[in-house]
Design a protein around this ligand. Sequence first.
Ligand code: COA
Length: 376
Amino acid sequence: MQKEETSFSKGLEGVVAAQTFLSHVAGQEGRLFYRGLEIYDLAKYSAFPETCYLLLYGNLATKPELDRFTQEMTRARALPEGFLGLLKTLPKNLHPMAMLRTAVSLLASFDPDADNLSREALLAKGIRLTSQMPTLIAAFERLRRGKEPVAPDASLDHAANFLYMLSGNRPSPAHAKALDAYLILLADHGLNASTFSARVTVATLSDYYSGITSAIGTLKGDLHGSANQRAMEMFLEIGEIGKVEAYVQGLLANHKKVMGFGHRIYKTEDPRATVFRQIAKDLCTGPAEKWYQISEKIAEIVQREKKIYCNVDFYSASVLYTIGIPVDLFTTVFAMSRVIGWSAHIIEQLADNRLIRPQAEYVGPVNQSYVPLERR
Ligand code: COA
């Protein structure tokens, strides 16, 4: 058998598998841009719906456009009639990411236009699902604790409304702002693993919901979205600043990964981590201050010992914890943000589609003879 000319890259490192207008991850410089705009400015000056508009339509909205778009998002928050009844049938001990994967797949059956791949239909689905996802996550959280879901409050913005539906109380402006910044900063990130999944799925001309369901399943992994949950679990397990050094040295000695560190693309600090370090410092006060202090100590040791930097999931973990998000819900909050990026990528993929089908290099045995069953 003749060997074919192939070049193999484990984990597709260095392979360019798509062209995109959506976001640019400048790994050497540690900068991130959405549609050419630096994320720092978006996090400082705008709110999440503005980033959604930017990613979907390609430009910053004018005031009337943004007002209309924000109203459209606010109106789309409610879950379809009858959906809560189905949500109640899911096991209460289901991991929230498994719930989300199932629930989004189920939402397709409430959309009579589920298979429509036109740009118009995809825009409508992207806006609707981005608006509904917080309602879905908050309802599941309350149901599993034996509480009734709280209906969305149209007078609250996207981030504040989620915190309100979760606890039943209006959040402080500082908590709502921190969550809003989180949603902005995680909305898109080049061809990350879950976005790649979404693009691969829809490139076969499957449907929008299948694309998002694939993406959620991919985000669920510890090396991707669940790193925020794992980082917080590590802080809780360490518990106090005096135990950090021994804990981290133990991980490194056993060749274990420290969650919230390392990145395939960034060769310097993840710019989102830079923003979250400051937010964590400002927000983690009083009894919560120790989470910030533990993070700082871990970062110092990992940088000294392994020369690797923390990523977005590291400092954002203590921020999500301090604003009252249950730890096993962290990755669903990541999905609440990234769903807009996935939606924009699905639209971009289908605007100029080609099946995504890489090759595998066969490295197994060759020229084997078939041995009849009775002689094996
Ligand atoms: N803790 C300790 N060592 C780490 C590390 C971490 N979090 N991340 C990478 N490394 C080390 C690896 O052990 C490896 O060292 P070696 O060459 O001596 O074996 C080297 O850095 C390269 O790591 P590798 O896993 O091959 O890099 P990758 O590009 O394939 O993976 C990540 C990138 C993000 C998956 C990886 O850094 C990781 O597992 N991080 C922890 C999970 C996480 O935070 N994910 C969220 C990403 S936003």
